[in-house]
Structure formats: structure tokens, C-alpha cells
Ligand binder design. Structure first.
Ligand SMILES: *Cc1c(COP(=O)(O)O)cnc(C)c1O
Length: 381
């Protein structure tokens, strides 16, 4: 039983990570006051093409700040995809606003942009896009809607470091855009995130909300609104800065992994592969997902991979089917068939930056073996 297990994610450190971290310890700068914070914020903002970056404790906190900074609150509606991680929906609901959901495009797995306009009401304040798994949302129609209806645009770019939409960096589109630096993202700080804006007043407001809503001027310890402690530490920023120096390598590596899987799965029956290219972007394969043709097949595949030492994760679960939101009375009788299919039949394979080529080939071989066994069983039946 000494078999090796291939985990869904393995982080990758190939640059100055150790050097910069040691510098934190040797200089004693470990808190959010340390010098790496500003360097990381400035370099990442400049890489994405934004005026300001506000480093925070995680990507979910970045979304909390985005919603509150734009003064979205009680009774306001925010249009967003049902197929997403819970973070953006949680930020909207916590602020007292209502998520208004949109189904997925069955091929790109992103929100179906053509279903947005019919959801706009007099209460709509913002459209919140979440780029899913490596391909960006089709932004042009959304930007057009935001302009026409005077809506704010929030962009959750947590899976999109280095990705572009029509040549322009993801994370540069929103009034506020957010990133996460969790260890499975294209660059990591262990835990961490960044809020991106261009407007200096909005930047100041985000900085304030990150730091317990301390007023930038006047008597300290007097507060006019509630914030959070979402500060990032200098050690996280040290890691982030080193990772950022390698970001182009990381994106290339991820694309290579995605292409190796695509190549290996050519002609594979029973599963939908991720879309490699659209007219506006090339997939960066944040994770490499498969969508089985049935929920049963997905379960059996995952089980087989797991007993053969290969880690997987199921896809996100839709927001309209979350018990926590249903118990609040949200999304009653709503259904979004394309997103439900993704949630039930989708899972992703090991696709971390630290993965070896041999491991990818082993995963491909194992899936093909399962498909062979499965088709033999079916013939016998
Ligand atoms: C990872 C992720 C987040 C959450 O980031 P954390 O840093 O884990 O809080 C938010 N949105 C999306 C789309 C993500 O993929």
C-alpha cells in the first residue's frame, strides 16, 4: 500500500520565494506594515494594468470589500452566475443585497451573457462576473449593458492571473476587480487576495475597509462604519512578489498541462472536455475539468481514479441549490439546467503547477483504462 497519490494541486516555487521570505525574518518585517506589501501591490497592479492594488488576506475578503466599497446594500440586486464558488454570493448576501442568478453557457461553462438583460430591474446595482476555470466571460456584451443601464461592474478574476480577453488583461475590466492567491491559483501567497481599482478615492475606501475602517485622517480609534481586518502580511507579499516574477512561466505551464490532457483525451467518449479557444481568449486551464455525460458516470470515474491514487474535486455547486441560501428563502423554484448539469456531472483532474509530465500521462492512462472497462461492462449487460 505504498502507492503514490497524485493530489489535485501541487504548488510550484522556482524563484526568489525563499530569499524574500528569509528577508522578512532577518529584517523583522512580518506584519502588513512591511515593505513587500507595497512592492507586491504596485507590481501586480502594473502587471494587470490597473492604477491601484490593495493586498488583502484572501480572495473572498476582496469581494466583501468590493461590495461594500461600491455601497451595495439592503434591497439592491446584483446579477451573477449561479455556477460559481460561494464567495461572491456570500459577499452580496452578507451586505443585505440579493443575488440575481444567471445560467451557464454549456460550452464555456461561464455565465450566459445573453440571459443577463432580462434580469435587469430598477433595483439592479451591479453585474458581478466570475471567470470560470480558465476561460474568461465574454466581456463586451456585459460592458455594453453596464454602460446602457448605468450599472457597476465587479469582476472576480480569482482564477485568471495572466489571462486576457481580446488582448486586455482579466482583472482590468471591473469598477472593482478581485484576485485570490490561494495555493491552487496561478500565483500564490499561501492565503491572500488583491482588490484592483483605478479610481484613487475608491482605492482609499478599499484600504480603509481592509483595515477595520480606520479613518485615514483625524482622531485614531473613532469609526464611522464597519470594516474588517483583511490585511495581508509582509511574508505573504514576499511570496507573492517572487511568484509574480514567474507568472508568465506559470501561465505557460498551465497551458501545457491543459494541452497535454486535451491531446491525451482526443476521441474520448462519454466526457466533455474544456473548450481550448474562443474568439476572445485561449484557455489558461486554472483547473482541468471534465463533464461526464451522466452523474452516475462522473461518480464512477471519480471513484475509480481515487482507488487508483488520483485526486479529483467535484465542480462548484450552484448557488440556487445551496441549502444556506434556500433556508433564507432565496431562489425558490428557480432552476438553471445548464449549470445544474455542470455541478452534477463535472469534476476536475490534478492540474497543479508542480505536476510532473509523467503524472499527467498516468492520469490520462487511468481514465482511458476506466473507459475501456466501463464499455466492456456495458457490452456484457
Ligand atoms: C479561489 C476563488 C475565490 C476565493 O478565494 P480565497 O482566497 O480562497 O478566499 C473566489 N472566487 C473564485 C472564482 C475563486 O476561484
Amino acid at each position: 500500500m505504498n502507492k503514490q497519490f497524485i493530489p489535485v494541486n501541487t504548488p510550484f516555487f522556482s524563484g526568489n520565494e525563499e530569499k524574500y521570505l528569509l528577508e522578512c525574518i532577518r529584517t523583522g518585517w512580518i506584519s502588513s506594515e512591511g515593505p513587500f506589501i507595497k512592492q507586491f501591490e504596485e507590481k501586480f497592479a502594473s502587471y494587470i494594468g490597473r492604477k491601484e492594488g490593495i493586498a488583502v488576506a484572501n480572495g473572498s475578503g476582496a469581494l466583501d470589500i468590493a461590495i461594500q466599497a461600491l455601497r451595495i446594500g439592503s434591497g439592491d440586486e446584483v446579477i451573477m452566475p449561479t455556477f460559481t464558488i460561494i464567495s461572491p454570493a456570500q459577499s452580496v448576501v452578507r451586505a443585505g443585497a440579493i443575488p440575481v442568478l444567471v445560467d451557464s453557457d454549456p460550452v464555456t461553462w461561464n455565465m450566459d451573457v445573453f440571459q443577463i438583460e432580462s434580469k435587469i430591474t430598477s433595483k439592479t446595482k451591479a453585474i458581478l462576473v466570475v471567470h470560470i476555470y480558465g476561460l474568461p466571460v465574454d466581456m463586451d456584451p456585459i460592458i455594453e449593458l453596464c454602460n446602457r443601464y448605468n450599472l457597476k461592474l465587479i469582476e472576480d478574476a480569482a482564477e485568471m492571473h495572466g489571462q486576457t480577453y481580446n488582448g486586455k488583461k482579466c482583472g482590468s475590466f471591473g469598477d472593482i476587480s478581485t484576485f485570490s492567491f490561494y495555493p491552487n491559483k496561478h500565483i500564490t501567497t499561501g492565503e491572500g487576495g488583491m482588490v484592483m481599482v483605478d479610481d484613487p478615492d475608491l482605492a482609499e475606501r478599499c484600504r480603509k475597509l481592509r483595515n477595520l475602517a480606520f479613518e485615514p485622517k483625524g482622531r485614531r480609534f473613532i469609526h464611522h462604519e464597519l470594516g474588517w481586518n483583511y490585511r495581508m502580511t509582509n511574508m505573504q507579499a514576499a511570496l507573492g512578489l517572487a511568484q509574480l516574477e514567474k507568472i508568465e512561466d506559470h501561465v505557460l505551464l498551465k497551458r501545457k498541462t491543459g494541452n497535454q490532457y486535451n491531446h491525451g483525451f482526443q476521441g474520448l467518449k462519454g466526457y466533455q472536455l474544456p473548450l481550448d479557444t474562443t474568439h476572445y481568449a485561449e484557455n489558461i486551464y486554472w483547473v482541468y475539468g471534465l463533464v461526464a455525460e451522466s452523474e452516475y458516470l462522473a461518480e464512477k470515474t471519480v471513484e475509480y481514479l481515487n482507488t487508483n491514487g488520483i485526486g479529483t474535486r467535484p465542480f462548484f455547486w450552484c448557488m440556487h441549490e445551496q441549502p444556506v441560501f434556500r433556508n433564507m428563502g432565496l431562489f425558490k423554484n428557480e432552476s438553471y439546467p445548464a449549470a445544474e448539469r455542470l455541478a452534477r456531472n463535472g469534476f476536475y483532474l490534478p492540474s497543479g503547477l508542480g505536476m510532473r509530465i509523467e503524472d499527467i500521462n498516468l492520469v490520462i492512462k487511468t481514465i482511458k483504462k476506466f473507459v475501456d472497462l466501463d464499455s466492456k461492462l456495458k457490452i456484457k449487460q
